[in-house]
Structures are given as structure tokens and as C-alpha cells.
Design a protein around this ligand. Structure first.
Ligand SMILES: Nc1ncnc2c1ncn2[C@@H]1O[C@H](COP(=O)(O)OP(=O)(O)OP(=O)(O)O)[C@@H](O)[C@H]1O
Ligand SMILES: [Mg+2]
Length: 225
């Protein structure tokens, strides 16, 4: 017989047990520790420059609202995102794409939505997935491909090779097939992005993402813009 120490039960299993007991009018929850401030936890993972980022772009605003509309209320009252739309954020350098992407993640959190998310630049993703001894890069790839929300920043900026194209394809194809929400930024116009990432990726991006165009001056050079 397989027995499991209650301490080692995974959280979904514990929540299911609590839900069944609650349905029978029995509250078995131990004194819960005060929940850590979700916003602080999210901000701690956001690069310092974007920790106060807010959504201004109308399409990012719509994206956040649609994401919130796809959430489900969990057993402890939190909003858990289930699937959702993806967005390709295109614009020249310094127009606020990364800022707004983190702003959108912050907006979801402050609205009470809880979802696991990951953010990486495409260049960092390729670096992390370079095969090397002692590192399970397949597992890392699966983590990025499967995470509930992914911000893939600066797609098309890294030097392309067959290998980078294959990595991008595997991540994007999984997210396309599973309809997982993905924020993608690029400072290449769409036609150049297609060349940079290859037709298979470009086709999936066209099928899975709405588009948000960023215009204006480089805010790094003109901070008051
Ligand atoms: N709406 C905003 N309000 C205040 N600051 C902003 C806003 N949008 C962008 N910034 C600031 O402008 C700078 C450039 O923004 P960001 O890094 O998001 O540009 P980007 O479009 O991602 O550029 P790149 O394509 O080079 O990565 C950053 O310092 C950012 O904090
Ligand atoms: Mg950026």
C-alpha cells in the first residue's frame, strides 16, 4: 500500500480535500499563515526598472480585461487564470513594450488574478537552453513552453540560427497548440520578424496573437515622451 505523509501532499490535492469537506459543512483548514502580499511577490520578480509599470496602451488594457474574464475563482477565493489570448507587441526600440508587458502582469496581479508566469528575453532563453553537461535543458524548455503565462521579450533580436529557430518553434508551437497566453515583444516589423524566426513560427504567431503597435520616440533618449 502506498501511503503519503499529509505534509507532502501537493497543493491541488489538499485543496480538493478541503473543498469536499467544506461541501459537507466541515471546516478542517488549519490556522492559515497570513498570505504573503501577492503584489510584493510579483514585484520582487520584476526587473527594478519596470516595478512600477502600468498599462497605458489600449490593446494591453483590453488584453488584461480579457485575461481577467477567463479567470476562475479558486477554493480560497483567488482568481486563477485559465488560458487566454496572446499578444504580439511590435514597435521600435524604447517605445515601452517591455514596460507595458510587465505593467500588464502587475495589473493582473493587482486585480487579484493569480497565475504562474515567466519572463525572458529570447536571447536569455537560447542561452539557458544551450545544451551543457549537468543541466536538463529539455526540462527547462518544457517549463517555459508550459507555463501559464509567458513574456517572451525581444523576439528576433538575437542572432538567428537553425538551432534558435527550432527552440523558438518548440516553445511557440506548444503555446499555440495549448492556447496558452503569451506576450511577445519585438522591435522588428512583421515582415522582418518572419524572416528572423522562420515561416513556421511566424504562421503560428499570426494565428495565435493579436497585435499591439507601439509608436513614438525612444523613451530612453526622451524620458518625458
Ligand atoms: N508608459 C511609460 N511611462 C513611463 N516610463 C515608460 C513608459 N513606457 C516606457 N517607459 C520607460 O521607457 C524606457 C523604454 O521602455 P522599454 O524598455 O519598455 O522599451 P522597449 O519598447 O521594450 O524597447 P526595446 O525594443 O529596446 O526593448 C524604460 O526606461 C521604461 O521604463
Ligand atoms: Mg524591451
Amino acid at each position: 500500500m502506498i501511503t503519503r505523509d499529509p505534509q507532502t501532499l501537493d497543493a491541488p490535492a489538499v485543496r480538493r480535500v478541503f473543498a469536499i469537506m467544506a461541501a459537507r459543512g466541515i471546516d478542517v483548514r488549519p490556522e492559515a499563515p497570513a498570505p504573503p502580499d501577492e503584489m510584493e511577490m510579483v514585484d520582487a520578480r520584476i526587473p527594478a526598472r519596470f516595478r512600477k509599470a502600468e498599462v497605458e496602451h489600449p490593446q494591453l488594457h483590453d488584453w488584461v480585461q480579457t485575461m481577467l474574464a477567463t479567470t476562475r475563482r479558486g477554493s480560497s477565493g483567488e482568481l486563477t487564470a485559465v488560458g487566454g489570448p496572446s499578444l504580439l507587441m511590435i514597435g521600435t526600440t524604447g517605445t515601452g513594450k517591455t514596460y507595458e508587458a510587465f505593467g500588464a502582469i502587475r495589473a493582473l496581479t493587482s486585480a487579484g488574478a493569480r497565475l504562474a508566469w515567466k519572463a525572458t528575453t529570447a536571447a536569455d532563453l537560447y542561452a539557458a537552453l544551450r545544451p551543457r553537461t549537468g543541466v536538463d535543458t529539455e526540462r527547462e524548455l518544457a517549463t517555459m513552453a508550459r507555463c501559464p503565462l509567458l513574456l517572451l521579450d525581444d523576439l528576433g533580436a538575437a542572432k538567428a540560427s537553425e538551432w534558435t529557430e527550432e527552440i523558438t518553434y518548440r516553445v511557440i508551437n506548444h503555446r499555440y497548440a495549448e492556447m496558452l497566453p503569451t506576450l511577445i515583444t519585438s522591435n522588428l516589423p512583421v515582415s522582418q520578424l518572419r524572416q528572423a524566426v522562420g515561416d513556421r513560427v511566424a504562421s503560428r504567431l499570426a494565428g495565435m496573437t493579436g497585435r499591439a503597435i507601439f509608436t513614438g520616440p525612444d523613451r530612453r533618449r526622451h524620458p518625458a515622451a
